[in-house]
Design a protein around this ligand. Structure first.
Ligand SMILES: [Fe+2]
Ligand SMILES: [Fe+2]
Length: 364
């Protein structure tokens, strides 16, 4: 929604004479991180997969503290001393001038609107006045977006707490799953056309994939042994329960939010296999979204490397070999498996894996 608004406004501004406006972008803050949220860059490779702790940018932090806008007429001298991905990208993109506006709602800082131009000193008083209505519209859209998003975050926090109270193991599994999902997503985004926003939602909301386990009876969910066929059938219904819960918790407006669609996809598809042998729908290949494939690999890796009442945790090598075999047999996405292979191929990987496994053992 916000993305369409930004693109539409950008097109209108160009049509009404601001041809030199080459970029409008919005970065929103969440948990002290500033993340590129929307970018309508015209004719320039956009800045992708960028997020920084706000405090790491003294100049932007100062704008928030002082509640001030900023105009830079010529970045070339300004950026000479700056390092970091965003500065390097600005240098390469030849974006010479900028107009930056911090956005607040009820005294809370929400994020920034950035206008950029390849022309030096583009943002003169007349241009800034022309952008006034655009800034107002974008501010309203950002507030609307934030309100919807906060509703979804509340649902996520509620479900996290409910899982923790019900069954600590599920809650800890969800925590590890976030880390694994982040590792895989970082690798996959280098090869697939996914947006920063999608990756952010995927990581943030991946713990919701098993929300439906709240609906599974104790004697099945907490059974200290293998499930019978009938019990397993009931356990599988956590997918259906999860979708019912999320649908009931989100109203019509929230359901239009991209994050809601990603959450629903994760819940409904996280047990599907590429060869059609998964559940509940037996989806195949491209029918399963990339986000779900990432979560599925995270999910299986965590299950294999965790102790269960009926099995010991597998070693890192055993788990990676099994994932590779499943990818070779067409069940798992090879790119997602490759992500974990590469991650655990680093010198300190065994140490990182041990930390993971100790956490997993605490539930056994
Ligand atoms: Fe599940
Ligand atoms: Fe799971």
């Amino acid at each position: 929604m916000l993305r369409e608004t930004v693109r539409q406004l950008h097109r209108e501004l160009i049509e009404t004479g601001l041809e030199g406006l080459h970029r409008i972008s919005i970065a929103l803050v969440d948990e002290a991180y500033l993340r590129t949220y929307v970018d309508s860059t015209e004719g320039i490779q956009p800045l992708k997969h960028h997020s920084i702790p706000l405090e790491k940018s003294p100049s932007l932090s100062a704008l928030v503290r002082q509640k001030k806008t900023r105009i830079v007429d010529d970045y070339s001298s300004y950026l000479r001393q700056c390092r970091g991905k965003a500065s390097a990208w600005l240098r390469e993109s030849q974006l010479h001038s900028s107009y930056t506006i911090p956005i607040f709602f009820q005294n809370n800082f929400l994020g920034f609107i950035f206008f950029n131009s390849c022309n030096k000193a583009f943002f003169n008083p007349l241009t800034v006045a022309t952008l006034d209505d655009t800034v107002k519209s974008l501010r309203e859209s950002i507030i609307h977006e934030r309100t919807l998003f906060d509703n979804i975050v509340s649902l996520s926090k509620f479900s996290e707490k409910a899982s923790e109270i019900r069954d600590e193991c599920t809650a800890m599994h969800c925590g590890r799953l976030t880390t694994l999902t982040r590792i895989i997503a970082r690798h996959v985004v280098q090869h697939c056309p996914v947006t920063d926003r999608e990756v952010y939602y995927l990581i943030k909301f991946s713990p919701l994939h098993d929300i439906g386990k709240i609906g599974v009876a104790d004697d099945i969910l907490l059974k200290p042994g293998r499930l019978t066929a009938e019990e397993f059938r009931e356990m599988k219904r956590h997918v259906e329960y999860g979708m019912t819960m999320v649908d009931a918790a989100c109203d019509g407006v929230v359901k239009q939010h991209e994050a809601y669609r990603i959450i629903r996809t994760l819940i409904s598809e996280h047990h599907e296999m590429l060869d059609g042998s998964g559940y509940p729908e037996g989806l195949k290949g491209e029918e399963i979204s990339l986000f779900s494939r990432i979560v599925t690999v995270s999910d299986i890796f965590d299950a294999l490397t965790s102790d269960r009442p009926y099995k010991k945790a597998w070693t890192l090598e055993q788990a990676l070999t099994e994932l590779q075999a499943m990818a070779d047999h067409g069940k798992l996405d090879p790119l997602c498996v490759e992500a974990l292979q590469q991650y655990f191929d680093q010198p300190d990987a065994q140490q990182r894996f041990t930390l993971f496994r100790e956490e997993a053992r605490m539930c056994a």
